[in-house]
Design a protein around this ligand. Sequence first.
Ligand SMILES: CC(=O)SCCNC(=O)CCNC(=O)[C@H](O)C(C)(C)COP(=O)(O)OP(=O)(O)OC[C@H]1O[C@@H](n2cnc3c(N)ncnc32)[C@H](O)[C@@H]1OP(=O)(O)O
Ligand SMILES: O=CC(=O)O
Ligand SMILES: [Mg+2]
Length: 567
Amino acid sequence: MATNAAAPPCPCYDTPEGVDILGRYDPEFAAILTRDALAFVAGLQREFRGAVRYAMERRREAQRRYDAGELPRFDPATRPVREAGSWACAPVPPAIADRTVEITGPAEPRKMVINALNSGAKVFMADFEDALSPTWENLMRGQVNLRDAVAGTITYRDAARGREYRLGDRPATLFVRPRGWHLPEAHVLVDGEPAIGCLVDFGLYFFHSHAAFRSGQGAGFGPFFYLPKMEHSREARIWKGVFERAEKEAGIGRGSIRATVLVETLPAVFQMEEILHELRDHSAGLNCGRWDYIFSYVKTFRARPDRLLPDRALVGMAQHFMRSYSHLLIQTCHRRGVHAMGGMAAQIPIKDDAAANEAALELVRKDKLREVRAGHDGTWAAHPGLIPAIREVFEGHLGGRPNQIDAAAGDAARAGVAVTEEDLLQPPRGARTVEGLRHNTRVGVQYVAAWLSGSGSVPLYNLMEDAATAEISRVQNWQWLRHGAALDAGGVEVRATPELLARVVEEEMARVEAEVGAERFRRGRYAEAGRIFSRQCTAPELDDFLTLDAYNFIVVHHPGASSPCKL
Ligand SMILES: CC(=O)SCCNC(=O)CCNC(=O)[C@H](O)C(C)(C)COP(=O)(O)OP(=O)(O)OC[C@H]1O[C@@H](n2cnc3c(N)ncnc32)[C@H](O)[C@@H]1OP(=O)(O)O
Ligand SMILES: O=CC(=O)O
Ligand SMILES: [Mg+2]
């Protein structure tokens, strides 16, 4: 954690009792961090921090049981919720009936927010999570961007390219993804403790934009959210409480706020009905967060040598456990009357090779066709260049319908099969190789270097990489090392050991340096990233999240940014 002693003591933020801001002062940020907005955020913290602490402890307790050999499963105690045909989620707001293509991207840079809103997608998910490195600057600029986007006033001038960016006629509808429950916000203290990051993200955005959103984009509903990385319905219950408190304080109707929950942890797949039930007045469906789901599969089974994953590249939606997860999600959502959203194909446009670009596009088309045929109502795009192809697949299949919630269509329904616990847990098949270890390392180190430098999503080897995909690289390396996995090295079998990893890290760092150039390598945070990534892959206990440990390296405290000179 760095301290910037050179920061001037004043001007400073006007904070309510018990709130301290340790991030850099900026007049633009001060327009977000108003006394009233901070009082709203502090109220959320004070009411819900006990429940969040308890939920995090329950996660750790569940993990201890998995480590001892228990398998995740459907909870017998909530069978009545799963089996009751008598409940449904609140009707879908008209503004988001059609979510066939959603673009995602970080809430900062500003240019990207405008591009996403103008991309032709129905929805833009502005991300404070997988795609954003949570530096103070990114978080606060992201809040400024979203406020201006909802107000319809967002513009940007790219002086170097002489380009002006402004909103087009039919911008995408905004969803905002706050961070997961586990991440603190070290620049905002409430009663002397770091705030819960997602309540800062949610609270500031809601406070400044709920009214404009409801009268504009939401047509009487909203704001809309995506909720990441939950592991149990008790965590959804906390969000329900947050939403109800926010609605009450804002004087808007209960059920105005809607949220799509990402089902992206293995424990959560056994809780989908329960999550929807908790959020039934606030639900905007579920989404297959496939990359974090793979990460979670490894994490949950960290202690199980019989459940080692094959190379990352082989763990796709065609694997039985992934297909089963998507099918159960579709069945569950449609039974309860809400959208079943698909996930992210990792391919992005390839600029300098037309044939490779066409091959990448074809993979995206195939992935999307599988999703819409399975019954998904919409899906994600990582890049504006993919939207025409994805729209063509989804709109072509839906034939003018905004979604297929009521259609009882798709493989998931047609198959008529009950997805079982065994289906959801079936270990994926495929080879484990030294090349896989190398690829994980090369990508993991470069991602961490980018994240430390403020970029949370980056193109690497023609694929999108973000926190979720990087997590797979990290935990897979850790798991292979922990269990001394046998890896194929071109026909020869070698064991994954710390010594092998050390050699791979050294060689891959040299390769990365050659690829990015010595100057960029020296100026970037590659060496630091190499150390963090290696340490995490060889740690005796698996860290819960890459970004929790790495967060300490991006926190910059400015003493005097708030309380010492309260206005
Ligand atoms: C696992 C998950 O959670 S998935 C969801 C989280 N991940 C994401 O959201 C990733 C989103 N995608 C991205 O961040 C980017 O597409 C990247 C980093 C993968 C590639 O970005 P770049 O290298 O900048 O792409 P590229 O150079 O092709 O960009 C071309 C133009 O498209 C824009 N663009 C690219 N991706 C996006 C996007 N997702 N949203 C808006 N605009 C975008 C760029 O800003 C650029 O605009 P310009 O021509 O006005 O300068
Ligand atoms: O958030 C999405 C994912 O795939 O992870
Ligand atoms: Mg995710």
